[in-house]
Design a protein around this ligand. Structure first.
Ligand code: G3H
Length: 527
């Protein structure tokens, strides 16, 4: 690790400077709120690099942002919620076109602030643009389908999807751009008005996008602030001004926010929460493949993915061979700064994370686990060299808690019932990976696990993408489903216009359609 001390800071001439700006009610504000220093997760000679300042708004300012979104919503009568779909689609496309002009700067902030490898930072940006494009295509399809009339029992009806109201979007720090946009864009395009409360890391990248948000959407439709969630979110939820919460984070925080709402029956929540996705390696698994997928699954972006593999259960007959191969590959991984060529392990943005990981490791060791990577741990700044542990007991914290970091816990099993028992009794229910070939055994496991998790990956790591696939979970792992298709539905409600199929009904509907007097009741379609 020592060699990193001599490396240049970055291939870029300048460290980006944060400007501490927020967007409320169509105005970019630069004062009237507290700010705080933003440090990079990347270290220079062991010292954190200061990137600039970001806003640290009070509960009152978040409330002002919610009020601006409330005014734009105007109890559902605002220009944005009542606009034709083509108007909203044009705004989103205009925004996308301005956003791509900021690609370099956004990716640079992303890399510097959360330590995402340069290539991965660019992938996150490009995947987000792709998500916007796919959403536009999907919304056109939805619009075309909704233009048709349904006929049943003497009633004719046009059924469309209508927005829900003021939406608070809170994304996570590991995908601060992509995951926030996977709720923000569908919420906007369906006609909701939005307040974005930026994640605790990955804040600066929003700054270069503020002008695009301001210029492409009517005032108050998008409001962007940042501050300490635990201090400022409760009061705005208790004010009853938020109709929908899109939150990607911990289930403990989600439960607290949900119970804060004064009218819980009116409060819609779309949640993507904790996960402890296990990998199950069967005796006949292709070990080379299982090892390389487990490493990708457990250590991509330092294990800081909700979809990461967070516990590996290996059949005792192949446990030694699997672990030997895995260790060889983990030891060969390149750790360094996110701009280093081919880097695989980078500094963690959360400065408290190494201490937490150490606690989990010590607890597991005290209960009988063995550390296979004595060189593990924070070696240079917050660069944490991966830890691999064997024979991690199922009652240890490392087997039960979501580590969200570069620690790979492994346990051996002899009977499949042990694995099943672990999964059935887990508080998490996102995904699982099964490595094996016997159709009898794998087929039976699929049937046993399909009511425990929401995605079973065969001979491959867990993952969210491609984004057209449903992303959800059971138990403490999620509420609602996200995907290009599902998110449009999550942020809207079916609303219909119905009339009797008699002369009066037909004449009334025909008059409205031919006069183009309604935005909602219309057969115009988006091409
Ligand atoms: O942290 C959760 C992300 O959505 C993971 O996405 O599996 O495609 O990396 P990914």
């Amino acid at each position: 690790m020592e060699k990193f001390k001599d490396q240049p800071l970055a291939p870029f001439p300048q460290v980006p400077q944060g400007l501490a700006r927020i967007l409320i009610g169509g105005k970019i504000q630069t004062s009237g709120f507290d700010t705080r220093e933003v440090q990079s997760s990347c270290a220079d000679q062991g010292k954190q690099v200061v990137l600039g300042r970001t806003a640290n708004v009070s509960a009152e300012i978040l409330q002002t942002a919610a009020d601006a979104a409330h005014s734009a919503w105007q109890k559902g009568l605002g220009d944005w919620p009542t606009a034709r779909m083509e108007v909203r689609v044009s705004a989103v496309i205009a925004f996308r076109d301005q956003m791509v002009l900021q690609r370099e700067l956004v990716c640079r902030y992303l890399m510097w602030e959360i330590g995402k490898a340069w290539l991965d930072a660019q992938n996150e940006f490009d995947r987000t643009v792709q998500y916007i494009n796919d959403t536009v295509e999907e919304v056109k399809r939805l619009d075309r389908d909704s233009a048709r009339f349904a006929f049943s029992g003497g009633i004719m009806a046009q059924i469309r999807r209508a927005p829900l109201g003021v939406t608070l979007c809170m994304g996570p720090y590991n995908y601060p751009l992509n995951e926030t946009f996977t709720t923000l864009i569908p919420a906007l395009i369906m006609g909701n008005t939005v307040v974005v409360k930026i994640a605790r890391y990955g804040q600066l990248l929003w700054d270069p996008l503020l002008e695009a948000f301001r210029d492409c959407f009517p005032a108050g439709v998008v409001n962007i602030v940042n501050g300490k969630g635990r201090e400022i979110v409760g009061p705005v939820i208790r004010s009853g001004r938020i109709d929908v919460l899109a939150f990607i984070g911990s289930s403990a925080v989600a439960s607290k926010i949900k119970t804060d709402h004064p009218q819980p029956h009116r409060f819609r929540t779309v949640l993507s929460l904790d996960a402890k996705n296990p990998a199950i390696v069967l005796p006949d698994a292709d070990l080379e493949n299982a090892v390389s997928e487990c490493i990708k699954g457990a250590l991509s972006f330092n294990g800081q993915r909700c979809t990461a593999l967070k516990f590996v259960l290996v059949h005792e007959s192949v446990a030694n061979a699997f672990t030997e191969l895995l260790l060889k590959k983990v030891n060969a991984m390149i750790a360094g700064m996110p701009w280093d060529q081919g880097v695989q392990i980078t500094p963690l943005p959360d400065l408290n994370k190494p201490a937490y990981l150490q606690e989990l490791i010590e607890d597991a060791v005290a209960k009988g686990a063995k550390i296979l990577t004595p060189e593990y741990g924070a070696k240079y700044g917050n660069l944490f060299k991966p830890a691999v542990l064997m024979d991690v007991p199922l009652n240890s914290r490392l087997a039960q808690e979501e580590q969200f970091g570069p620690v790979v816990p492994i346990a051996r099993f002899s009977q499949l019932s042990e694995v099943e028992d672990y999964i059935v009794h887990s508080n998490f229910g996102a995904q699982v990976s099964i490595f094996g070939r016997d159709p009898e055994i794998v087929g039976r496991m699929i049937d046993r696990l399909s009511n425990q998790v929401c995605r079973i990956n065969l001979n491959s790591q867990c993952q969210r993408g491609p984004d057209v696939f449903p992303f959800t979970g059971r138990k403490d792992s999620a509420e609602g489903t996200l995907s290009v298709f599902d998110a449009l539905r999550a942020f809207s409600i079916r609303s219909m216009v119905a009339a009797k199929q008699d002369e009066l009904g037909k004449e009334t509907i025909k008059g409205i359609l031919s006069g183009g007097t309604s935005n909602f009741l219309s057969t115009n379609v988006l091409l």
